[in-house]
Design a protein around this ligand. Structure first.
Ligand code: ADP
Ligand code: 5GP
Length: 211
């Protein structure tokens, strides 16, 4: 029997290590696939169309929404971001666990539409470490870093909507933890409906004896 893969949402403060974690998850386990989002924001230096994002115009983005081509979308800091439907459906049908690295508005839409999705919130062990990582990454100016840290306070208030908090301290341990959470999530009754229906059907043959 072909099992459909899980839809996994990964959110977290900017600088928490989401990108690093996802890269390692994908290179360590071959059951994960990463969804590439569509955005109207301009590419940063080094970003490649189709790899980091599909960079599109506002018109193209709105047209994709109209065609129901996105499973969720949000406006974040003045730009649109969204998850293309086709890739997610195709990978899940193959049995892959598809990772969406998205912010909270999108995460909440996913939970509403796909009750079996798994929502993970990634955080460093403490705020000083978050600042150290953002500064250490060296991709943003001091001002942008200050904005992202300020935004983290707001983001921390939405964490209760998630299924699990993942503390990214030791990266290798964190990768293993996410893998374990996914394996455990797969075994909940909600995500084993097909199996449950099957065994419930099979068990009916014993009912006559009981009566
Ligand atoms: P995000 O995608 O959440 O914004 P990144 O993956 O870009 O974060 O990570 C931010 C910085 O923190 C990078 O310089 C990365 O190398 C570093 N980093 C990520 N995970 C860890 C970790 N477990 N320990 C120490 N540094 C980390
Ligand atoms: P950035 O511009 O730094 O690449 O991303 C900004 C924010 O948008 C991040 O929190 C990122 O996780 C989020 N994001 C990226 N892609 C998507 C998407 O498809 N949908 C939503 N809702 N958020 C996204």
């Amino acid at each position: 029997m072909q099992h459909k893969g899980l839809l996994i949402v990964l959110s977290g403060f900017s600088g928490a290590g989401k990108g690093t974690l996802v890269k390692k998850l994908i290179s360590t386990y071959d059951h994960f696939s990463l969804s590439v989002s569509m955005t109207t924001r301009a590419p940063r230096e080094g970003e490649v169309n189709g790899r980091e994002y599909f960079f599109v115009s506002k018109e193209e983005f709105e047209d994709t929404i109209q065609r129901d081509g996105l499973i969720e979308h949000a406006n974040y800091c003045g730009n649109y971001y969204g998850t293309p439907r086709a890739y997610v459906e195709q990978e899940m049908e193959k049995g892959k666990d598809v990772i969406l690295e998205i912010e909270i508005q999108g995460a909440l839409q996913i939970k509403k539409k796909f009750s079996e999705s798994l929502l993970l919130f990634v955080t460093p062990p403490n705020s000083e470490e978050l600042e150290r990582r953002l500064v250490g990454r060296g991709t943003e100016t001091k001002e942008v870093i200050a904005k992202r840290l300020a935004r983290a306070t707001e983001e921390s208030k939405g964490v209760e909507a998630y299924d699990y908090i993942v503390i990214n301290d030791d990266l290798t341990k964190c990768v293993e933890e996410v893998h374990n959470l996914v394996e455990a999530a797969r075994m909940t009754p909600l995500r084993q409906r097909e199996f449950l229906t099957q065994i419930q059907e099979e068990l009916k043959k014993y009912q006559k004896v009981e009566e």
